[in-house]
Design a protein around this ligand. Structure first.
Ligand SMILES: NC(=O)c1ccc[n+]([C@@H]2O[C@H](COP(=O)([O-])OP(=O)(O)OC[C@H]3O[C@@H](n4cnc5c(N)ncnc54)[C@H](OP(=O)(O)O)[C@@H]3O)[C@@H](O)[C@H]2O)c1
Length: 307
């Protein structure tokens, strides 16, 4: 039994991690920034800790009480993405300080956006990152986790796919669905041939629980993506959304127009090719993704669940 402190426990991915960790017999204390969130956590068997990403003293104290810290909370305001990432680095610094010299587990979260556009390549954990407009600050967060290992922390960072999906949730697909509903048209960018690696939320969650249970090399970056569901393009996502909403209008828009329809950050996420493998997690954690999952099927069927 491992005593876990989890941030983002009320969120999309964190709530599945909490569920899996509890099922595996661990205890979970979860950060809650409101009484409503605390209540939500209690109902799921998670012990709430009142605080937020700015109460660094609370985060440090909880980290010291725990055997393992899993950090998922993130301020998802894509108009203030840089501010969110700056705060993320302060939080990682606080956790590192609290856990230095303990060899306790600290697992953080990043996104495959750090690869930017992978073009014709399929990236892996060794691929050199060339931080650009979308990925730069998140690369700094990743490096902070890697460096925490040199301070005696069993640190790692999960580099999650742009599209974590399943259980009728995700970050970006609902934004696209909402806009398509509002405008009566589903849009994709350019040719829409940009391929992206994706991951089901349950597979993402299982990687965090494995990191709590299995020994791994401190300072490791784990790519977390589905190696089977490899034909997901911007256009296919738009078509799946159209099917889900029974919309017949599907349009290609140039990047500049997409940047106005959503915002430049979101348009960038929707337009890039982003492919990678996840062999380090397979080797070090024994992490496996079952064959046969499909984000496109999930988008269409999620609509049935929602209605
Ligand atoms: N979902 C994806 O497709 C995806 C893809 C790649 C990477 N990621 C990364 O994975 C992590 C988790 O994502 P998610 O999709 O699970 O996020 P989410 O559903 O938006 O949940 C965010 C979590 O952060 C908490 N939070 C937000 N602002 C906070 C603050 N100021 N103080 C304390 N807690 C705060 C929220 O608490 P409340 O419940 O109180 O709002 C919630 O628990 C993030 O780092 C995200 O960038 C996600």
């Amino acid at each position: 039994m491992v005593k876990i402190f989890l941030t983002g426990a009320t969120g999309y991915i964190g709530s599945v991690i909490a569920e899996f960790a509890l099922k595996a017999g661990h205890t979970v204390r979860g950060l809650a920034r409101s009484e409503a969130s605390a209540e939500k956590l209690r109902a799921k068997g998670v012990d709430p800790v009142i605080g937020d990403l700015h109460t660094l003293d609370v985060l440090k104290e909880e980290a010291q009480k725990a055997d393992a810290v899993l950090h998922l909370a993130f301020i998802h305001d894509f108009d203030k993405y840089d501010e969110a990432l700056a705060q993320d680095q302060k939080v990682i610094g606080a956790f590192t300080e609290a856990l230095a010299g303990t060899n306790k587990v600290l697992v953080g979260t990043s996104g495959s956006g750090v690869y930017e556009d992978t073009g014709d390549q399929v990236a892996n954990e060794e691929t050199e990152l060339k931080p650009g407009p979308g990925g730069a600050a998140r690369v700094a967060s990743e490096q902070a986790y890697v460096q925490a290992a040199s301070r005696g922390v069993r640190s790692a960072v999960m580099r999650l796919a742009l599209h974590v999906y399943g259980r009728n949730g995700s970050t970006f697909i609902p934004i696209q669905i909402a806009k398509a509903k509002e405008d009566g048209v589903v849009r994709y960018i350019g040719e829409g041939s940009n391929l992206t690696t994706v991951i089901h939320v349950e597979d993402a969650a299982s990687a965090y629980v494995l990191a709590v249970e299995k020994p791994f090399t401190p300072g490791t970056v784990f790519n977390i993506g589905d190696k089977y569901d490899t034909q997901v393009t911007g256009k296919k996502i738009a078509e799946a959304i159209a099917e889900r909403l029974s919309l017949s209008r599907i349009e290609s828009v140039p990047f500049e127009e997409a940047a106005k329809i959503w915002n430049p950050t979101l348009a960038w996420f929707f337009s890039i090719t982003n492919r990678y493998t996840s062999e380090v997690a397979e080797k070090e954690l024994g992490w496996r993704v079952p064959a046969g999952r499909s984000i496109l099927k999930d988008i269409v069927e999620g609509g049935r669940l929602a209605s």
